[in-house]
Design a protein around this ligand. Sequence first.
Ligand code: KG4
Ligand code: ZN
Length: 352
Amino acid sequence: MLTLAIETTCDETAACVLRDGRIVSEAVYSQIALHRRYSGVVPELASRAHLEKINHVLRAALEGAGIGLPAGGKKFKKVFDAVAFSRGPGLPGAILVGRVAAQTAAKVFGAPLIGVNHLEGHLLACEFRKGRADARLKFPLAALIVSGGHTELWRAAGYGAYELLGRTRDDAAGEAFDKVARLLGLGYPGGPEVERLALKAGAKRPAFPRPFMDGGLDFSFSGLKTAVAYYLRDNPRPGAAARAAVCAAFQEAVADTLAAKAALACRKYGLRTAAAGGGVSANSLLRARMERACAEAGARAVFSEKKYCTDNAAMIALAAQRRLESGRGLRHSAEVDPDLEIESWKVGDADS
Ligand code: KG4
Ligand code: ZN
């Protein structure tokens, strides 16, 4: 099964050719340098940059797989079993660029178009090991999706069978990392910067609250961010050591909260696996805390290789492939939906 996938929901323009779960070629253009001076993603700039780069990225992925574009308006029949793209959630204009490119590619190659939920992609990215989707997820599991725009906890009974257990009521975990990095005058994206600086912290650290530890499965990170802002107001002009201490204390509060909720979901629903996906799941402290908390709950924590934690097109191609394997790939919407909720495409969906 050969799939072409496109990812443009935020600040990476990415394309991938996947054959039977093996990555044949990938191309990505990162917009990080473009957004860095604004300390965050500027939606209009993102859409324009996607538009400028998508053809180049698509062509690079195709060429990497040894697939040329048909000349003179001719169609290639049956090159791809599907062309997939992230249909949401994400930035409306950015997603639209990916959708138009995917739709065009689907027409050119005579392949069906599949709209994938970007967050489902983040979960399935856990299956990649050295370019192959060999590390199959063991369902049922708790899925912790932690990205720049989302923090959600799901119960997953199988591929395409998802139930939302909890979500953030305000800031996403990645957003909190980015905002705290900005308060400290660090670069963008903030997560890796905070993680790097935290490594230099000594034992003396400020005490920040562990947000929302009331036994529910929702999250809240804006209070923690405010606690950091107040601390910096009361302790102005921090030196390198003080900034490192703030990073370490903040990171610990986020990691402990996320780990505790993932473990709680495992306990509550008798799940033996907790899988984390999305940019924040690249964080080493989160991984360590989640492994420990889940082990105490009788569950194994699994993660994707760090490269596939952040946005990529391989995860979108894999999500489409898993859907096609189930025989339910083509009955699904391929419309852009910036606010797309996690959806169970397996349950109650007729076979095509
Ligand atoms: O999944 P992703 O690439 O894009 C979205 O779908 O949003 O996630 C990006 C987010 C950013 O907020 C970034 O600061 C955060 O993931 N991030 C991290 C780390 N690497 C990326 N947060 C904490 N620790 C990291 N190592
Ligand atoms: Zn993402």
